[in-house]
Design a protein around this ligand. Structure first.
Ligand code: PMP
Length: 280
């Protein structure tokens, strides 16, 4: 695999970042994951807008303009012959002697790599996934897509140990989001409910696209916090993220949601999302 690091395309074993990189020492960096289908980036402009916002929130400069980033992304897709999968991009504040305050005159580190994955043909989406609830112990700015991901790492590991697929994070009894996706329920009355935007969740690019598709399909949508009890009592549930699209959730904490199978609205939204992505 060829990866990109600070201006060079290198075999992954030759790509190196400093021991003093602030991404490594402080998680002082941000990232994005864009989807690649049929060799093309999906909804990439929105990912780059969110990247810019994350950088601004951390008072960080991008080492490359959006058009330069797109050029590198496409070059990396080409060099790796990537047809389907994800493109990971990370920018950190760069390498400097260890000190908490921002260093002066440090060049940010830009790294990108591809991950080949079967996204369209997904057994998890076919079967639906099971989740457990895990307390959300993350910091107060989850809207910034930083590489500080220890809380979701622990949540996902708790899910693995529990023999399920993922974790839904909750705070004060309300679901915030999944470990690496946005969380939704569909009430018995047929309303799609997902957490409203704020500092408590990541503003998912797929979330925005799916809510738009739901509106166009005249589905009822409510953006508000919902409780774990409401989720347990829902007709359907699902999650969204760039590389998993819409994936049905069929059980929560060992209890089936609805009839314990992927629900019709979740399946329809997955189909609508994929159709739109392939047409774009
Ligand atoms: N929430 C969290 C915490 C995430 O890590 C992700 C995936 N990056 C998402 C939501 C989904 O965001 P997107 O649709 O932009 O992939």
């Amino acid at each position: 695999r060829i990866v990109y690091v600070n201006g060079s395309y290198l075999p992954e074993e030759d790509a190196k970042v400093s021991v003093f990189d602030r991404g490594f020492l402080f998680a002082d960096g941000v990232y994005e994951v864009s989807t690649v289908l049929e060799g093309r980036l999906i909804d990439n402009e929105a990912h780059l807008v969110r990247l810019k916002r994350s950088l601004n929130e951390l008072q960080m400069e991008s080492p490359a303009s959006p058009s330069e980033i797109v050029e590198i992304q496409n070059e990396l897709i080409k060099r790796n012959g990537l047809n389907e999968g994800g493109l990971y991009l990370q920018i950190t504040r760069g390498a400097a002697d260890r000190d908490f305050a921002f260093p002066k005159n440090t060049t940010p580190t830009l790294v990108m790599f591809t991950q080949e994955k079967n996204l369209l043909n997904s057994p998890a989406a076919e079967k639906g996934i099971s989740v457990i609830s895990v307390e959300d112990i993350r910091w107060g700015r989850r809207d910034i897509k930083t590489v500080g991901l220890l809380a979701p790492v622990l949540a996902k590991q708790a899910a693995v140990v529990a023999g399920v697929d993922d974790a839904w994070l909750y705070e004060d009894g309300y679901v915030t989001e999944g470990s690496s996706n946005n969380a939704y329920i569909i009430t018995k009355a047929g309303t799609i409910v997902t957490r409203n935007l704020g500092n408590e969740i990541l503003h998912g690019i797929t979330r925005r696209a799916v809510l738009e598709l739901a509106n166009e399909a005249d589905m009822e949508v409510e953006e508000r916090a919902f409780t774990l009890d409401e989720a347990a009592d829902a007709a359907e549930a699902f999650v969204t993220s760039a590389t998993t699209f819409v994936t049905p959730v069929i059980s929560l904490d060992g209890k089936a949601i609805g009839d314990g199978k992927p629900g019709p609205l979740a399946k329809r939204l997955r189909q609508l999302y994929i159709e739109q992505a392939l047409e774009s």
